[in-house]
Design a protein around this ligand. Structure first.
Ligand SMILES: NC(=O)c1ccc[n+]([C@@H]2O[C@H](COP(=O)([O-])OP(=O)(O)OC[C@H]3O[C@@H](n4cnc5c(N)ncnc54)[C@H](O)[C@@H]3O)[C@@H](O)[C@H]2O)c1
Length: 477
Protein backbone atom coordinates (compact mmCIF):
# COMPACT_ATOMS: atom_id res chain seq x y z
CA UNK A 1 0.00 0.00 0.00
CA UNK A 2 1.07 3.62 -0.42
CA UNK A 3 1.49 5.17 2.99
CA UNK A 4 2.34 8.73 3.96
CA UNK A 5 3.47 9.51 7.49
CA UNK A 6 3.33 13.18 8.44
CA UNK A 7 5.74 14.12 11.23
CA UNK A 8 9.23 12.63 11.31
CA UNK A 9 9.80 12.57 15.07
CA UNK A 10 10.05 9.57 17.41
CA UNK A 11 6.67 8.14 16.42
CA UNK A 12 6.60 9.18 12.76
CA UNK A 13 10.07 7.86 11.95
CA UNK A 14 9.48 4.53 13.65
CA UNK A 15 6.07 4.15 11.98
CA UNK A 16 7.44 5.05 8.56
CA UNK A 17 10.49 2.78 8.79
CA UNK A 18 8.58 -0.19 10.20
CA UNK A 19 5.76 0.03 7.64
CA UNK A 20 8.37 0.20 4.85
CA UNK A 21 10.04 -2.86 6.37
CA UNK A 22 6.69 -4.66 6.02
CA UNK A 23 6.82 -3.93 2.28
CA UNK A 24 4.66 -0.82 2.00
CA UNK A 25 5.73 2.20 -0.08
CA UNK A 26 6.23 4.90 2.50
CA UNK A 27 6.83 8.64 2.31
CA UNK A 28 7.78 10.49 5.48
CA UNK A 29 6.87 14.19 5.53
CA UNK A 30 8.10 16.85 7.90
CA UNK A 31 7.89 20.62 7.70
CA UNK A 32 11.34 20.90 9.30
CA UNK A 33 13.64 21.30 6.28
CA UNK A 34 16.79 20.63 8.30
CA UNK A 35 15.35 17.38 9.64
CA UNK A 36 14.33 16.18 6.18
CA UNK A 37 17.71 17.19 4.66
CA UNK A 38 19.46 15.19 7.38
CA UNK A 39 17.27 12.15 6.68
CA UNK A 40 17.84 12.47 2.93
CA UNK A 41 21.59 12.59 3.58
CA UNK A 42 21.43 9.31 5.53
CA UNK A 43 21.33 10.79 9.03
CA UNK A 44 18.72 10.24 11.76
CA UNK A 45 17.69 13.18 13.96
CA UNK A 46 16.88 11.09 17.06
CA UNK A 47 18.60 8.30 18.96
CA UNK A 48 16.58 5.10 18.82
CA UNK A 49 18.36 1.74 18.76
CA UNK A 50 18.15 0.04 15.34
CA UNK A 51 16.32 2.90 13.66
CA UNK A 52 19.20 4.16 11.54
CA UNK A 53 19.84 0.72 10.00
CA UNK A 54 16.12 0.20 9.37
CA UNK A 55 15.76 3.56 7.64
CA UNK A 56 18.89 3.04 5.55
CA UNK A 57 17.86 -0.46 4.46
CA UNK A 58 14.41 0.67 3.35
CA UNK A 59 15.70 3.79 1.63
CA UNK A 60 18.12 1.62 -0.35
CA UNK A 61 15.27 -0.74 -1.24
CA UNK A 62 13.35 2.34 -2.46
CA UNK A 63 10.43 1.68 -0.14
CA UNK A 64 11.06 4.75 2.01
CA UNK A 65 11.83 8.37 1.28
CA UNK A 66 11.51 11.70 3.04
CA UNK A 67 10.20 15.02 1.79
CA UNK A 68 8.86 18.39 2.87
CA UNK A 69 6.44 18.45 -0.08
CA UNK A 70 3.02 17.76 1.36
CA UNK A 71 0.86 17.94 -1.85
CA UNK A 72 2.49 15.03 -3.67
CA UNK A 73 2.80 12.99 -0.49
CA UNK A 74 -0.94 13.39 0.14
CA UNK A 75 -1.93 12.65 -3.49
CA UNK A 76 -0.04 9.39 -3.62
CA UNK A 77 -1.25 7.86 -0.37
CA UNK A 78 -3.91 5.26 0.35
CA UNK A 79 -3.37 5.77 4.05
CA UNK A 80 -2.09 8.99 5.67
CA UNK A 81 -0.76 8.90 9.21
CA UNK A 82 -0.70 12.03 11.35
CA UNK A 83 2.23 11.70 13.78
CA UNK A 84 2.98 15.28 14.74
CA UNK A 85 3.51 16.58 18.26
CA UNK A 86 0.69 17.43 20.68
CA UNK A 87 2.65 19.36 23.32
CA UNK A 88 1.11 20.54 26.57
CA UNK A 89 -0.27 24.05 26.92
CA UNK A 90 -0.10 26.17 30.08
CA UNK A 91 -3.48 24.89 31.29
CA UNK A 92 -2.50 21.24 30.73
CA UNK A 93 -4.57 20.75 27.60
CA UNK A 94 -3.01 19.21 24.49
CA UNK A 95 -2.02 21.71 21.83
CA UNK A 96 -3.74 20.49 18.67
CA UNK A 97 -2.52 23.19 16.31
CA UNK A 98 -0.11 20.86 14.49
CA UNK A 99 -2.65 18.07 14.12
CA UNK A 100 -5.33 20.43 12.79
CA UNK A 101 -2.86 22.19 10.48
CA UNK A 102 -1.92 18.84 8.99
CA UNK A 103 -5.63 17.98 8.63
CA UNK A 104 -6.14 21.26 6.77
CA UNK A 105 -3.30 20.48 4.40
CA UNK A 106 -4.63 16.99 3.79
CA UNK A 107 -8.01 18.54 2.92
CA UNK A 108 -6.29 20.96 0.54
CA UNK A 109 -4.76 18.11 -1.48
CA UNK A 110 -7.14 15.16 -1.14
CA UNK A 111 -8.79 14.02 -4.42
CA UNK A 112 -10.08 10.50 -3.76
CA UNK A 113 -11.04 8.19 -0.91
CA UNK A 114 -8.24 8.09 1.65
CA UNK A 115 -7.87 6.87 5.19
CA UNK A 116 -6.49 9.47 7.60
CA UNK A 117 -5.02 7.84 10.69
CA UNK A 118 -4.47 9.80 13.86
CA UNK A 119 -1.40 8.34 15.53
CA UNK A 120 -0.64 11.41 17.61
CA UNK A 121 -1.96 11.24 21.17
CA UNK A 122 -5.05 13.42 21.06
CA UNK A 123 -7.97 14.17 23.37
CA UNK A 124 -11.29 12.47 22.81
CA UNK A 125 -13.16 14.20 19.99
CA UNK A 126 -10.08 15.18 18.00
CA UNK A 127 -10.91 12.63 15.30
CA UNK A 128 -14.19 14.50 14.76
CA UNK A 129 -12.32 17.80 14.53
CA UNK A 130 -9.86 16.35 12.02
CA UNK A 131 -12.79 15.05 9.95
CA UNK A 132 -14.51 18.47 9.99
CA UNK A 133 -11.30 20.28 9.09
CA UNK A 134 -10.71 18.08 6.06
CA UNK A 135 -14.36 18.27 5.03
CA UNK A 136 -14.27 22.07 5.21
CA UNK A 137 -11.25 22.22 2.88
CA UNK A 138 -12.92 19.83 0.44
CA UNK A 139 -16.02 22.02 0.41
CA UNK A 140 -13.93 25.12 -0.27
CA UNK A 141 -12.44 23.26 -3.24
CA UNK A 142 -15.91 22.17 -4.43
CA UNK A 143 -15.06 18.52 -3.73
CA UNK A 144 -17.51 17.78 -0.95
CA UNK A 145 -18.49 14.51 -2.67
CA UNK A 146 -14.99 13.08 -2.07
CA UNK A 147 -15.35 10.61 0.78
CA UNK A 148 -12.70 9.80 3.38
CA UNK A 149 -12.41 8.28 6.84
CA UNK A 150 -10.61 9.37 9.99
CA UNK A 151 -9.29 6.54 12.11
CA UNK A 152 -7.72 6.58 15.57
CA UNK A 153 -4.70 4.33 15.94
CA UNK A 154 -2.84 5.45 19.06
CA UNK A 155 0.78 4.51 19.42
CA UNK A 156 2.06 2.58 22.43
CA UNK A 157 5.75 2.31 21.60
CA UNK A 158 8.37 2.84 24.29
CA UNK A 159 11.30 5.02 23.35
CA UNK A 160 14.44 2.91 23.50
CA UNK A 161 12.53 -0.21 22.41
CA UNK A 162 10.35 1.42 19.79
CA UNK A 163 11.10 -0.84 16.84
CA UNK A 164 10.57 -4.01 18.81
CA UNK A 165 7.32 -2.56 20.19
CA UNK A 166 6.09 -1.60 16.73
CA UNK A 167 7.11 -4.86 15.09
CA UNK A 168 5.89 -7.11 17.92
CA UNK A 169 2.95 -5.21 19.38
CA UNK A 170 1.03 -6.51 22.40
CA UNK A 171 -2.01 -5.03 20.73
CA UNK A 172 -2.99 -2.66 17.97
CA UNK A 173 -5.85 -0.37 18.93
CA UNK A 174 -7.90 0.93 16.04
CA UNK A 175 -10.99 3.08 16.31
CA UNK A 176 -13.22 3.47 13.27
CA UNK A 177 -16.63 5.03 12.66
CA UNK A 178 -19.66 2.81 12.23
CA UNK A 179 -20.35 4.14 8.74
CA UNK A 180 -19.68 2.80 5.21
CA UNK A 181 -16.52 4.95 5.03
CA UNK A 182 -15.53 3.67 8.46
CA UNK A 183 -16.02 0.07 7.31
CA UNK A 184 -13.91 0.73 4.21
CA UNK A 185 -11.20 2.24 6.40
CA UNK A 186 -11.33 -0.79 8.67
CA UNK A 187 -10.64 -3.08 5.71
CA UNK A 188 -7.66 -0.98 4.67
CA UNK A 189 -6.25 -0.87 8.20
CA UNK A 190 -6.68 -4.65 8.46
CA UNK A 191 -4.67 -5.04 5.23
CA UNK A 192 -2.01 -2.62 6.39
CA UNK A 193 -1.40 -4.42 9.67
CA UNK A 194 -2.10 -7.96 8.40
CA UNK A 195 1.49 -9.17 9.03
CA UNK A 196 1.08 -8.52 12.76
CA UNK A 197 -2.09 -10.57 13.00
CA UNK A 198 -0.92 -13.69 11.19
CA UNK A 199 -0.19 -15.69 14.34
CA UNK A 200 -3.15 -14.41 16.32
CA UNK A 201 -5.41 -11.38 16.14
CA UNK A 202 -3.73 -8.50 17.92
CA UNK A 203 -6.03 -5.75 16.75
CA UNK A 204 -8.58 -4.44 19.21
CA UNK A 205 -11.30 -2.77 17.15
CA UNK A 206 -13.44 -0.07 18.68
CA UNK A 207 -15.04 3.31 17.99
CA UNK A 208 -12.89 6.42 17.55
CA UNK A 209 -13.65 8.04 20.91
CA UNK A 210 -12.84 4.86 22.81
CA UNK A 211 -9.54 4.46 20.94
CA UNK A 212 -8.58 8.04 21.77
CA UNK A 213 -9.37 7.50 25.45
CA UNK A 214 -7.58 4.13 25.52
CA UNK A 215 -4.24 5.83 24.93
CA UNK A 216 -4.69 8.26 27.82
CA UNK A 217 -6.05 5.56 30.10
CA UNK A 218 -3.02 3.35 29.37
CA UNK A 219 -0.52 6.09 30.15
CA UNK A 220 -2.41 7.20 33.24
CA UNK A 221 -2.44 3.61 34.52
CA UNK A 222 1.31 3.21 34.02
CA UNK A 223 2.02 6.59 35.61
CA UNK A 224 -0.20 5.58 38.53
CA UNK A 225 1.87 2.46 39.19
CA UNK A 226 5.05 4.53 39.26
CA UNK A 227 3.66 7.20 41.59
CA UNK A 228 2.14 4.51 43.79
CA UNK A 229 5.53 2.86 44.22
CA UNK A 230 7.24 6.19 44.79
CA UNK A 231 4.77 7.03 47.54
CA UNK A 232 5.22 3.55 49.03
CA UNK A 233 9.01 4.08 48.91
CA UNK A 234 8.70 7.18 51.06
CA UNK A 235 6.74 5.19 53.59
CA UNK A 236 9.32 2.38 53.39
CA UNK A 237 12.04 4.89 54.30
CA UNK A 238 9.97 6.22 57.19
CA UNK A 239 9.17 2.81 58.68
CA UNK A 240 12.51 1.13 57.94
CA UNK A 241 11.36 -1.21 55.16
CA UNK A 242 13.06 -1.91 51.83
CA UNK A 243 10.93 -1.00 48.81
CA UNK A 244 12.85 -3.42 46.62
CA UNK A 245 11.74 -6.34 48.78
CA UNK A 246 8.20 -4.96 48.77
CA UNK A 247 8.34 -4.67 44.97
CA UNK A 248 9.30 -8.31 44.58
CA UNK A 249 6.72 -9.34 47.13
CA UNK A 250 3.80 -7.66 45.40
CA UNK A 251 4.99 -8.22 41.82
CA UNK A 252 4.83 -11.97 42.32
CA UNK A 253 1.06 -11.65 42.61
CA UNK A 254 -0.13 -12.37 39.08
CA UNK A 255 -2.94 -9.87 39.46
CA UNK A 256 -0.27 -7.18 39.98
CA UNK A 257 2.70 -8.39 37.92
CA UNK A 258 6.29 -7.13 37.98
CA UNK A 259 6.16 -4.34 35.38
CA UNK A 260 6.28 -0.67 36.27
CA UNK A 261 6.82 -1.21 39.98
CA UNK A 262 10.14 0.57 40.25
CA UNK A 263 10.50 3.46 42.66
CA UNK A 264 12.77 6.18 41.32
CA UNK A 265 13.21 9.89 40.80
CA UNK A 266 9.82 10.29 39.15
CA UNK A 267 8.63 9.73 35.60
CA UNK A 268 9.47 12.07 32.76
CA UNK A 269 9.51 11.89 28.98
CA UNK A 270 7.26 13.17 26.29
CA UNK A 271 4.17 11.19 27.24
CA UNK A 272 3.28 10.49 30.90
CA UNK A 273 3.53 14.05 32.22
CA UNK A 274 1.67 15.69 29.37
CA UNK A 275 -0.86 12.92 28.90
CA UNK A 276 -1.87 12.77 32.57
CA UNK A 277 -2.31 16.56 32.59
CA UNK A 278 -4.32 16.46 29.37
CA UNK A 279 -6.55 13.76 30.81
CA UNK A 280 -7.23 15.88 33.89
CA UNK A 281 -8.03 18.80 31.59
CA UNK A 282 -10.42 16.74 29.47
CA UNK A 283 -12.22 15.59 32.61
CA UNK A 284 -12.51 19.18 33.83
CA UNK A 285 -14.22 20.09 30.57
CA UNK A 286 -16.87 17.58 31.57
CA UNK A 287 -17.06 18.84 35.18
CA UNK A 288 -15.22 15.79 36.44
CA UNK A 289 -12.25 15.55 38.79
CA UNK A 290 -9.73 12.85 38.00
CA UNK A 291 -8.74 12.51 41.63
CA UNK A 292 -6.41 9.56 41.21
CA UNK A 293 -4.62 11.00 38.20
CA UNK A 294 -4.28 14.41 39.83
CA UNK A 295 -2.63 12.76 42.83
CA UNK A 296 -0.34 10.78 40.52
CA UNK A 297 0.88 14.04 39.01
CA UNK A 298 1.39 15.68 42.43
CA UNK A 299 3.35 12.71 43.76
CA UNK A 300 5.53 12.78 40.66
CA UNK A 301 6.29 16.48 40.96
CA UNK A 302 7.37 15.95 44.57
CA UNK A 303 9.39 12.86 43.67
CA UNK A 304 11.57 14.82 41.27
CA UNK A 305 12.68 16.88 44.30
CA UNK A 306 13.40 13.92 46.56
CA UNK A 307 17.12 13.60 45.81
CA UNK A 308 17.57 17.36 46.07
CA UNK A 309 16.10 17.11 49.58
CA UNK A 310 18.53 14.29 50.43
CA UNK A 311 21.47 16.38 49.18
CA UNK A 312 20.30 19.29 51.34
CA UNK A 313 20.07 17.06 54.39
CA UNK A 314 23.61 15.85 53.82
CA UNK A 315 25.35 19.05 52.83
CA UNK A 316 23.11 21.95 53.84
CA UNK A 317 20.64 24.22 52.11
CA UNK A 318 23.43 26.16 50.37
CA UNK A 319 25.68 24.00 48.27
CA UNK A 320 28.43 26.52 47.47
CA UNK A 321 31.76 24.75 47.21
CA UNK A 322 30.12 21.33 46.79
CA UNK A 323 30.89 19.24 43.73
CA UNK A 324 28.14 16.86 42.71
CA UNK A 325 28.47 14.27 39.97
CA UNK A 326 25.48 13.16 37.89
CA UNK A 327 25.34 9.97 35.85
CA UNK A 328 22.52 9.87 33.32
CA UNK A 329 20.50 12.73 31.87
CA UNK A 330 17.88 11.34 29.47
CA UNK A 331 14.50 10.55 31.00
CA UNK A 332 15.28 6.86 30.64
CA UNK A 333 18.02 4.71 29.08
CA UNK A 334 18.29 4.04 25.35
CA UNK A 335 16.99 7.43 24.28
CA UNK A 336 18.33 10.95 24.00
CA UNK A 337 14.90 12.39 24.83
CA UNK A 338 15.18 15.07 27.52
CA UNK A 339 11.53 16.12 27.57
CA UNK A 340 10.49 16.48 31.24
CA UNK A 341 13.50 14.39 32.33
CA UNK A 342 13.85 14.40 36.15
CA UNK A 343 17.56 15.21 35.66
CA UNK A 344 16.54 18.70 34.50
CA UNK A 345 14.71 19.40 37.77
CA UNK A 346 17.46 17.92 39.93
CA UNK A 347 20.41 19.57 38.18
CA UNK A 348 18.75 22.99 37.99
CA UNK A 349 17.89 22.83 41.71
CA UNK A 350 21.44 21.86 42.70
CA UNK A 351 22.97 24.59 40.54
CA UNK A 352 20.58 27.23 41.87
CA UNK A 353 21.69 26.27 45.41
CA UNK A 354 25.29 27.05 44.48
CA UNK A 355 26.76 23.61 43.67
CA UNK A 356 29.25 22.71 40.95
CA UNK A 357 27.56 19.94 38.95
CA UNK A 358 29.51 17.60 36.68
CA UNK A 359 27.40 15.50 34.33
CA UNK A 360 27.78 12.59 31.95
CA UNK A 361 25.37 10.70 29.72
CA UNK A 362 26.45 8.20 27.05
CA UNK A 363 24.00 9.51 24.42
CA UNK A 364 21.95 12.53 25.52
CA UNK A 365 24.69 15.13 26.08
CA UNK A 366 23.75 17.37 23.12
CA UNK A 367 20.03 17.27 23.87
CA UNK A 368 20.71 17.83 27.56
CA UNK A 369 22.92 20.82 26.84
CA UNK A 370 20.11 22.39 24.81
CA UNK A 371 17.46 21.67 27.48
CA UNK A 372 19.47 22.79 30.50
CA UNK A 373 20.74 25.90 28.76
CA UNK A 374 17.10 26.84 28.12
CA UNK A 375 16.00 25.91 31.67
CA UNK A 376 18.73 28.08 33.22
CA UNK A 377 18.60 30.92 30.71
CA UNK A 378 17.83 33.32 33.61
CA UNK A 379 20.86 32.24 35.65
CA UNK A 380 24.16 32.53 33.78
CA UNK A 381 26.07 32.02 37.00
CA UNK A 382 24.44 28.65 37.59
CA UNK A 383 25.14 27.56 34.01
CA UNK A 384 28.83 28.36 34.46
CA UNK A 385 28.95 25.83 37.30
CA UNK A 386 27.59 23.05 35.06
CA UNK A 387 30.38 20.90 33.60
CA UNK A 388 30.11 18.28 30.86
CA UNK A 389 32.53 15.35 30.78
CA UNK A 390 32.93 12.44 28.38
CA UNK A 391 33.78 9.69 30.87
CA UNK A 392 31.80 8.47 33.90
CA UNK A 393 34.92 8.25 36.07
CA UNK A 394 36.06 11.74 35.12
CA UNK A 395 32.67 12.87 36.35
CA UNK A 396 33.24 11.68 39.93
CA UNK A 397 36.69 13.21 40.45
CA UNK A 398 36.63 15.13 43.77
CA UNK A 399 32.84 14.85 43.98
CA UNK A 400 31.09 15.12 47.33
CA UNK A 401 28.39 12.79 46.05
CA UNK A 402 27.36 10.90 42.94
CA UNK A 403 23.72 10.98 41.79
CA UNK A 404 22.61 8.18 39.48
CA UNK A 405 19.60 9.48 37.55
CA UNK A 406 19.32 7.24 34.46
CA UNK A 407 20.12 3.53 34.58
CA UNK A 408 22.14 3.27 31.36
CA UNK A 409 23.92 -0.11 31.07
CA UNK A 410 27.34 1.59 31.27
CA UNK A 411 26.53 2.64 34.86
CA UNK A 412 25.49 -0.80 36.08
CA UNK A 413 28.87 -2.14 37.19
CA UNK A 414 31.39 0.63 37.75
CA UNK A 415 34.78 -0.03 39.33
CA UNK A 416 33.65 0.85 42.86
CA UNK A 417 37.16 0.83 44.30
CA UNK A 418 38.36 3.36 41.77
CA UNK A 419 35.21 5.41 42.20
CA UNK A 420 35.64 5.55 45.98
CA UNK A 421 39.26 6.66 45.58
CA UNK A 422 38.40 9.39 43.09
CA UNK A 423 35.51 10.91 45.04
CA UNK A 424 36.01 13.41 47.85
CA UNK A 425 33.18 12.05 49.96
CA UNK A 426 31.89 8.56 49.37
CA UNK A 427 28.15 8.96 48.92
CA UNK A 428 26.08 7.48 46.11
CA UNK A 429 22.50 8.71 45.70
CA UNK A 430 20.97 5.93 43.68
CA UNK A 431 17.92 7.47 42.02
CA UNK A 432 17.04 4.23 40.22
CA UNK A 433 17.67 1.66 42.95
CA UNK A 434 20.24 0.13 40.65
CA UNK A 435 22.93 -0.69 43.16
CA UNK A 436 23.38 -3.22 45.92
CA UNK A 437 23.89 -1.24 49.15
CA UNK A 438 25.99 -4.06 50.68
CA UNK A 439 28.37 -4.10 47.72
CA UNK A 440 28.90 -0.36 47.95
CA UNK A 441 29.48 -0.64 51.67
CA UNK A 442 32.28 -3.13 51.01
CA UNK A 443 34.02 -0.34 49.11
CA UNK A 444 33.42 2.22 51.84
CA UNK A 445 30.66 3.93 49.90
CA UNK A 446 27.41 5.06 51.52
CA UNK A 447 24.33 4.16 49.49
CA UNK A 448 21.15 6.21 49.50
CA UNK A 449 18.41 4.73 47.39
CA UNK A 450 14.72 5.39 46.98
CA UNK A 451 12.94 3.69 49.87
CA UNK A 452 15.94 1.50 50.71
CA UNK A 453 16.05 1.99 54.50
CA UNK A 454 18.19 5.06 54.06
CA UNK A 455 20.13 6.22 57.09
CA UNK A 456 20.82 9.79 56.09
CA UNK A 457 21.54 10.91 59.65
CA UNK A 458 24.28 8.31 60.09
CA UNK A 459 25.69 8.97 56.63
CA UNK A 460 25.84 12.69 57.33
CA UNK A 461 27.80 12.09 60.52
CA UNK A 462 30.34 10.05 58.53
CA UNK A 463 30.96 12.74 55.93
CA UNK A 464 34.35 14.41 55.68
CA UNK A 465 32.60 17.74 55.29
CA UNK A 466 29.05 17.38 56.67
CA UNK A 467 26.47 20.12 56.52
CA UNK A 468 26.99 22.85 59.10
CA UNK A 469 24.58 21.89 61.88
CA UNK A 470 22.86 25.27 62.13
CA UNK A 471 22.39 25.36 58.35
CA UNK A 472 20.34 22.23 58.44
CA UNK A 473 17.46 22.27 60.82
CA UNK A 474 15.50 19.77 58.78
CA UNK A 475 14.63 16.41 60.21
CA UNK A 476 16.80 13.56 59.06
CA UNK A 477 15.44 10.26 57.94
N1 LIG B 1 7.58 9.81 21.77
C1 LIG B 1 6.88 8.78 22.21
O1 LIG B 1 7.41 7.90 22.89
C2 LIG B 1 5.42 8.65 21.89
C3 LIG B 1 4.79 7.41 22.12
C4 LIG B 1 3.44 7.30 21.81
C5 LIG B 1 2.75 8.40 21.33
N2 LIG B 1 3.38 9.59 21.14
C6 LIG B 1 2.61 10.70 20.59
O2 LIG B 1 2.91 10.82 19.21
C7 LIG B 1 2.91 12.20 18.80
C8 LIG B 1 4.26 12.57 18.22
O3 LIG B 1 5.23 12.43 19.23
P1 LIG B 1 6.80 12.48 18.90
O4 LIG B 1 7.49 12.17 20.18
O5 LIG B 1 7.09 11.65 17.70
O6 LIG B 1 6.95 14.03 18.53
P2 LIG B 1 8.23 14.78 17.94
O7 LIG B 1 8.20 16.14 18.49
O8 LIG B 1 9.45 13.92 18.12
O9 LIG B 1 7.96 14.85 16.36
C9 LIG B 1 6.93 15.59 15.77
C10 LIG B 1 7.37 15.96 14.36
O10 LIG B 1 6.25 16.55 13.69
C11 LIG B 1 6.73 17.58 12.86
N3 LIG B 1 5.62 18.50 12.52
C12 LIG B 1 4.95 19.34 13.35
N4 LIG B 1 4.02 20.02 12.66
C13 LIG B 1 4.10 19.58 11.37
C14 LIG B 1 3.39 19.91 10.19
N5 LIG B 1 2.42 20.83 10.19
N6 LIG B 1 3.73 19.28 9.05
C15 LIG B 1 4.71 18.35 9.05
N7 LIG B 1 5.42 18.00 10.13
C16 LIG B 1 5.12 18.61 11.29
C17 LIG B 1 7.83 18.23 13.68
O11 LIG B 1 8.70 18.98 12.88
C18 LIG B 1 8.49 17.00 14.32
O12 LIG B 1 9.56 16.51 13.53
C19 LIG B 1 2.54 12.99 20.06
O13 LIG B 1 1.16 13.20 20.09
C20 LIG B 1 2.95 12.06 21.19
O14 LIG B 1 2.21 12.29 22.37
C21 LIG B 1 4.71 9.73 21.39
Amino acid sequence: MNVTVIGAGYVGLVTAACLAELGHQVVGVDRDHGRVALLQAGGVPIYEPGLEELIRRNEQAERLRFTTAMPQAVHDADVIFIAVGTPPQEDGSADLQHVLEVARQIGMHMRRFQVVVNKSTVPVGTGDRVWLTIQRELMIRGLSDVSFAVVSNPEFLKEGAAIEDFMRPDRIVIGTADTPDGQRARQQMARLYAPFNRHHERTVWMDVHSAELTKYAANAMLATRISFMNEMARLADAVGADIDAVRRGIGADQRIGHSFLYAGTGYGGSCFPKDTRALVYTASEHDLNMQVVEAVERVNTAQKQLLVGHVERLFGLRLDGRRLAVWGLSFKPQTNDMREAPSRTVIAALLRRGAEVVVHDPVAMDEARRSLTADLADDANALERLHWVDQPMECVDDADALLLLTEWKCFHNPDWGQLARRMRDAVVLDGRNLYDPALLQEHGLAHIGIGRRNALGAIRLGLKRPAPVDANAMSLI
